[in-house]
Write a new protein. Structure first.
Length: 185
């Protein structure tokens, strides 16, 4: 009998944990479904953010990244990108105790013929970093690590935004295509 109680308790605890996690919006990472098959990245090829976005597109979607805008169904462009580092808190002597790192990007997704999959959108990511004079030399390394994590967050948020725009754009896109070809859809 004791084994039955433990397994029932364990089952109940697992069910409760699953209900709590699903209630907060948690979901396992999965393949993203985008409203286009090919995409051109109109952004600085040397930027690390471009590499991270390209990697997420190739690994987590069925979309293929192309080298020319004319070959793409969609053009993903970064309109603006800026990093910031500001003092977040001070100690009693007036010295910086904590910094807040920020990364703000504005992007949009359009087709080569001007159809707007996603209007200009904005993503903002923030991280706090503690600071003391003793860890002065390691601050740059820690900042670089935090910025790499922020890049990953931006890429995933970008995929989710494009995927959520899919529900609104597919019927419009199909009706536009049928109007051009003269067919009812």
């Amino acid at each position: 009998m004791p084994c039955t109680r433990i397994s029932r308790r364990t089952l109940f605890a697992a069910a409760a944990a699953a209900a709590l996690l699903s209630g907060c919006g948690f979901r396992l990472r999965r393949q993203f479904s985008l409203p286009f098959e090919t995409v051109f990245l109109q952004m600085d090829e040397q930027a690390s953010l471009t590499y991270v976005i390209r990697r997420h597109l190739e690994a987590e979607t069925s979309a293929r990244v192309v080298k020319e805008a004319k070959d793409a169904d969609a053009i993903l462009s970064i309109v603006s990108s800026s990093r910031s580092r500001v003092v977040h808190t001070y100690n009693d002597a007036g010295d910086a105790r904590e910094y807040r790192l920020g990364w703000d990007i504005s992007f949009r997704v359009v087709s080569p013929d001007g159809f707007e999959y996603l209007p200009p959108s904005y993503i903002s990511v923030r991280r706090d970093i503690p600071y003391t004079i003793r860890n002065y030399l390691s601050r740059e390394t820690e900042e670089a690590t935090l910025y790499r994590g922020m890049e990953e967050d931006i890429a995933v948020q970008l995929m989710r935004r494009i995927e959520s725009a899919r529900q609104n754009t597919n019927p419009i896109r199909k009706s536009k295509a049928s109007a051009v070809s003269g067919k009812e859809g």
